[in-house]
Design a protein around this ligand. Structure first.
Ligand code: PGA
Length: 243
């Protein structure tokens, strides 16, 4: 199975013009581009080889939910993948595992491919609690999804230690491999586990060369087309170990 690189643009860039340019220049196979909501459709129009993803969705189908975006609206805009439970939403917006579970259920029910983000804080890491935190998140976040759905959908989980996001200090790849194995024990052996947290073209190979690591979720480095294309090129040299 080919490896997957997910470009999480977060709240960037500042204009549609820049977003379209970045999309056009980053358009390679094996990449999922996740722009901000207002740019989804136009960015999708620029992508011929890469796929379109969203950074979030809401758990209800429709109705009086000011500021939220539904799964059906995303599908209508051409979205195939959706990031759920990113740590920036957990931390800045108080998103709970209960909310994330409902979002996961909605994504699976509507045929969007969820990319569930899990990972421990710096303090939890220092206290040796990383495994316990990730197990707890997975159990809660997947609680509304039945096993047969996971098997059909081929779940994607991104292990993103919070202390590694945007800090320039990525995880130790050996540790990531152990975490991948733990996540597959809880979420199922078919689960594709990506790594996220300060991935760049310079360090991507350290992660992607491991047969256990299914790809990468890239933030900052995805805003430079040359950088993200290099990361995809590295990913294309390796394949995922299928269980
Ligand atoms: P980063 O972000 O690559 O800028 O560390 C990763 C993420 O938050 O998904």
């Amino acid at each position: 199975m080919p490896k997957l690189i997910v470009a999480n643009w977060k709240m960037n860039p500042g204009s549609l013009k820049e977003a379209k340019k970045l999309a056009k220049e980053s358009d390679v196979g094996g990449l999922v581009v996740c722009p901000p909501f207002p740019f989804l459709e136009e960015v999708g129009g620029e992508l011929k080889k890469a796929e379109l993803g969203a950074q979030d969705l809401f758990w209800e189908e429709k109705g009086a939910y000011t500021g939220e975006v539904s799964a059906l609206q995303l599908k209508d805009a051409g979205v195939k993948y959706v990031i759920i439970g990113h740590s920036e939403r957990r931390q800045n917006l108080g998103e709970t595992d209960e909310m994330i579970a409902k979002k996961m259920e909605m994504a699976v029910a509507t045929g969007l491919r969820p990319i569930l983000c899990v990972g421990e804080t710096k303090n939890e890491h220092a206290a040796g609690k990383a495994n316990a935190v990730v197990i707890q998140q997975l159990k809660k976040d997947l609680s509304l999804i039945r096993n047969w759905q996971l098997e059909i959908r081929n779940l994607i989980v991104a292990y993103e230690p919070i202390w590694a996001i945007g800090t320039g200090t990525p995880d130790d790849p050996g540790n990531t491999v152990k975490m991948v194995e733990l996540i597959r024990e809880i979420a199922g052996p078919e689960t594709q586990v990506l790594y996220g947290g300060s991935v760049t073209a310079a360090n991507a190979e350290n992660f992607l060369k491991h047969k256990e690591i299914a790809g990468a979720l890239v933030g900052g480095a995805s805003l430079k087309s040359e950088e993200i294309k290099k990361i995809v090129k590295i990913a294309n040299r390796y394949r995922l170990l299928e269980k």
